[in-house]
Design a protein around this ligand. Structure first.
Ligand SMILES: [Fe+2]
Length: 276
């Protein structure tokens, strides 16, 4: 179900496969291990215990929130991730990324605060309406089926009811600036998925990196777990995919606009623009 690779041999073929729903796992390398080491080092400045057991602390929520804020978009993480993209032959021409985010998913599946939470069923493209988006996701500590990310592969090209027709990123960002988090951070699923649906949990190891189309329907696993999960993620868009319209099918996103503003040029930090 997941395809394990070290390097991209043929970039246009790779993109074609990504945009038809294939999910890749890049194998551990010196760079990806360095990245994990650097993230752990920075976590240890604030918390020196075992990552999986963070929830045993009484102030775990506050600590998670502080950790995420302190680690967000750290330069050294971005540099290493950029080197990783070069090492796998992914970068060709102008490319953009959003923020490098370390996420903490609590052991108990309770309502959390922003990036310190389990996340419901969604497609990332519901938030941007940019179907050339590629997602990168990786665990920092060991993960298990009960606290990881899960895919619903049958729904990659099958529509589900959702709130994209009425959701607006600008309203969310405006409210967030004022400290108001009542508006949903992303569009939401508006139907119950069947019990019998196929679920692919991700159980890769630290150092391995998952790569998939931002159009995949996915969520955090819903089970109760004994372990807190630490993972990192970033999203990329390549200019030539925008120009050539290499993209995943849009089956159910009804956003009125596209929202390129979360993406910045990897080299000069200039904002990404949609030309069409
Ligand atoms: Fe997501």
């Amino acid at each position: 179900m997941f395809i394990s690779i070290n390097q991209i041999e043929n970039l246009s073929q790779f993109k074609k496969e990504i945009f038809t729903g294939k999910i890749f796992i890049f194998q551990k390398s010196e760079i990806t291990e360095q990245l994990i080491d650097q993230i752990k080092k920075k976590i240890q400045i604030h918390y020196s215990g075992p990552l999986e057991k963070l929830h045993h602390l009484s102030n775990c929520e506050e600590l998670s929130t502080d950790l995420i804020a302190n680690l967000k978009n750290t330069e050294i993480f971005k540099n290493l991730f950029y080197n990783f993209l070069i090492s796998i032959n992914f970068l060709q021409g102008e490319s953009y990324w959003d923020k490098f985010v370390v996420r903490v998913a609590p052991a108990k599946n309770e309502f959390g605060y922003r990036e310190a939470s389990r996340i419901g069923v969604h497609r990332d493209t519901w938030g941007t309406n940019i179907h050339q988006q590629i997602n990168w996701w990786a665990p920092i500590s060991s993960i298990e089926k009960t606290n990881t990310m899960v895919f619903f592969p049958e729904y990659f090209d099958r529509p589900v009811k959702n709130s994209t027709a009425t959701w607006d990123l600008n309203i969310y960002l405006e409210n967030r600036k004022k400290g108001d988090f009542s508006y949903p951070s992303a569009p939401e699923l508006l139907e119950d998925l069947p019990e019998s649906l196929k679920i692919w949990p991700v159980t890769i190891k630290p150092g391995e990196i998952l790569c998939f189309s931002g159009s995949h329907l996915h969520s955090s696993s819903k089970d109760k777990s004994e372990n807190t999960r630490f993972s990192y993620e970033i999203r990329t868009v390549c200019q030539n995919d925008l120009d050539e319209k290499n993209q995943a099918p849009n089956v159910d996103c009804e956003l009125q606009w596209q929202f390129p503003k979360i993406f910045r040029n990897m080299k000069d930090n200039s904002p990404m623009k949609m030309t069409s």
